[in-house]
Write a protein that binds this ligand. Sequence first.
Ligand code: NAD
Length: 485
Amino acid sequence: MLQDYIDGKWVSSLAKASVPIVNPANGKEIASCPMGSSEDVNRAVAAAKAAFTTWKNVPAIERVQYLFKLKALLEANVDELAKCVTTEHGKTFVEAKASVKRGIQMIDTAVGMPTFQKGEFSEDIARGIDCKTIRQPMGVFAGIAPFNFPAMVPFWFWPFAIASGNTYVLKPSERVPMTQKLIFDLIEKTGLPKGVMNLVHGGKEVVQALCTHPDIKGLNFVGSTPVAKYVYETGSKHGKRVQALGGAKNFMVVLPDAVMDKSVATALESIIGCAGERCLAGSVVVCVGDETYETVKAKMVPAASDISVGDGMDPGVQMGPVISQASKDRIIGLIESAEKEGARILLDGRKGVEKMPGFFLKPTVIADVTAKMRVAQEEIFGPVVLLAKVKTFDEAIAWVNAGPLANTTTLFTSSGPAARKFCNEIAPAMIGINIGVPAPMSFFSFGGSKESFFGDIKAHGAASVQFFTDEKIVTERWLSDSNVW
Ligand code: NAD
């Protein structure tokens, strides 16, 4: 049974129930995760609140030294972390390692906090009067993570939170909690003062307690849209700052002037990478014009049939399983709905996996998808390529802009003016031009729009300092009767 990490110690959860953690490549139980409650949250928040009283006064330049130490430890253990990600999540070892490295890159930016947290100063805003701003940490923040990136997603937030002087409580996904155990072991090795970072395991009950706890100042959430909305509304109602990143339905538009071979390969990788379990995964490939559509179809099917599927720890495997049998069943249900609604299955990923243990699907390619089909509207989170055709670029833009889960979008083209028009008119906030997974680096902000993001300030980047600090504005003048100096 996994333990919580509270006030610098590993402690047993007070939970009365637990859930099994299963290796999705073989269906075998590998650990169990306690399903904590508000009592566990209270313990962790109390520790974080107590730690804040001293941590907030540690100079930023000293606070980030712990992150420098952690970065070295993470790099030394990157293979072990990646192996754990593959074992509990299923993505390939190569994908897992890349995701851990992406997480470590967050530290590269968060250590810039002494610079980001600087205030502003203006001399003589009026005669003899100066004005300055001070950015101060606020207290305890909490993070709630999804299953699809067990290592990386929490790094989008907490290094920035603690570098700016706050303390933190993290709740990983109860489906993939093991990698965070390893990361917290490394955090402990840095000598970070007790109570600054805390880990509580659980599900819905822990999330509810975090959203309503009076001593939590802000929440970072990543997960599906219904839960993102709940966390945003409940957290806000309880006086908290909230960044809530939700689900995604991502469209990729192919113009006739795209470099076809490379565009198809890039679109396929976007859709089937991590078995489609990425919030930046492409889903519907909208081809402009008959010729573009026929070319993409002809190239996509053989490329997708070539993908080798298996246990992500096996070398040469390009795609692992999806997370659970329930997830596999849901994806199959969506493929069936497309068939019923008149789409054509060009490659059927339900076939060829019958004898495999675990929760495997092969890539599926579906053609003649239209905007009203269920499969074109719902997030699939599985390796399903949807091909659609429109007559004009404007029609493609209108289709993309009608989608509520506007996280990311990609345009394949060789035309600068077309790319410029796309960036100007398209709704999703993260845009790729000939890039299939346009994940912003740690020094830029990350987040979608519409029903894919709830909040004001997006994740990571320099803007993080605004989320994790409060600004004071000091207007000052110094009065004297005589020049005593
Ligand atoms: P999820 O919403 O089921 O779970 C996310 C977190 O919320 C977990 O920690 C879980 O314990 C908790 N939770 C689940 N149900 C809850 C409930 N009813 N009440 C309170 N808390 C609850 O999401 P998931 O399946 O773990 O992750 C996949 C989703 O996350 C996809 O929709 C994906 O697009 C999204 N995601 C988005 C981004 C982004 O940047 N926008 C990044 C990664 C994943």
